[in-house]
Design a protein around this ligand. Structure first.
Ligand code: HEC
Length: 126
C-alpha cells in the first residue's frame, strides 16, 4: 500500500516538472500587469499594426509582412527568441529593435503606456 502511494506521488511530481518545463502556463500569466485591452485594440487600429500582421478582431488587419498574431497571448516565445510575458510583450512593442536588434519589425515610437495597453489586448488573443 505504501509503495503504491509512493509511486503515485513520484508520478505526480514528474508530471508537475514536465508542466513547468513546458513554460506555456508562465507565458499566459499576467500578474502585476496593468493594461487596458479595449484601449489597446483601438491603438492597434490607429498604429496600423494590421498593415503587417493578420490580427483577429481588428477590421482590415490582414497584413502578411510579419507573422499572424492569432493566439499570440499563449505563444511561448516572442519573435522566436524572447520569453513571452506581458512585460516582455510591452517592451517588444515599445521598441522591437532594442528587444531583438536587427529584426524586421520597425521601431514605431510607441509610448510605454500605449505599448502596455496593446500588450493587454494581444493577451486576449488565446
Ligand atoms: C512594417 C511591418 C510591421 C509593423 C507595422 C508592425 N510589425 Fe510586428 N512584426 C513585424 C515583423 C517582420 C515581425 C517578425 C519579427 C521576428 O520574428 O523577428 C513582427 C513581430 C511581431 C510580434 C511577435 C510575433 C511572434 O509571432 O512572435 C508581435 C507581437 C508584433 N509584431 C506586434 C506588433 C504590433 C502590436 C504592431 C503595431 C503596434 C506591429 N507589430 C507593427 C512587422 C511589423
Amino acid at each position: 500500500m505504501g509503495d503504491i502511494l509512493a509511486a503515485r506521488l513520484l508520478i505526480a511530481s514528474l508530471l508537475g516538472v514536465a508542466a513547468i518545463g513546458c513554460g506555456e502556463t508562465e507565458a499566459a500569466s499576467a500578474d502585476n500587469f496593468n493594461g487596458d485591452a479595449r484601449r489597446g485594440a483601438d491603438l492597434v487600429k490607429n498604429y496600423h499594426c494590421g498593415g503587417c500582421h493578420d490580427i483577429p478582431g481588428i477590421a482590415g488587419a490582414d497584413g502578411n509582412v510579419g507573422p499572424p498574431l492569432h493566439r499570440v497571448g499563449t505563444r511561448t516565445y516572442i519573435a522566436g527568441y524572447i520569453q513571452n510575458s506581458p512585460d516582455n510583450m510591452a517592451a517588444w512593442i515599445e521598441d522591437p529593435q532594442k528587444a531583438l536588434p536587427g529584426n524586421a519589425m520597425p521601431r514605431m515610437g510607441i509610448p510605454q503606456k500605449d505599448a502596455r495597453d496593446i500588450a493587454a489586448f494581444l493577451y486576449t488573443l488565446k
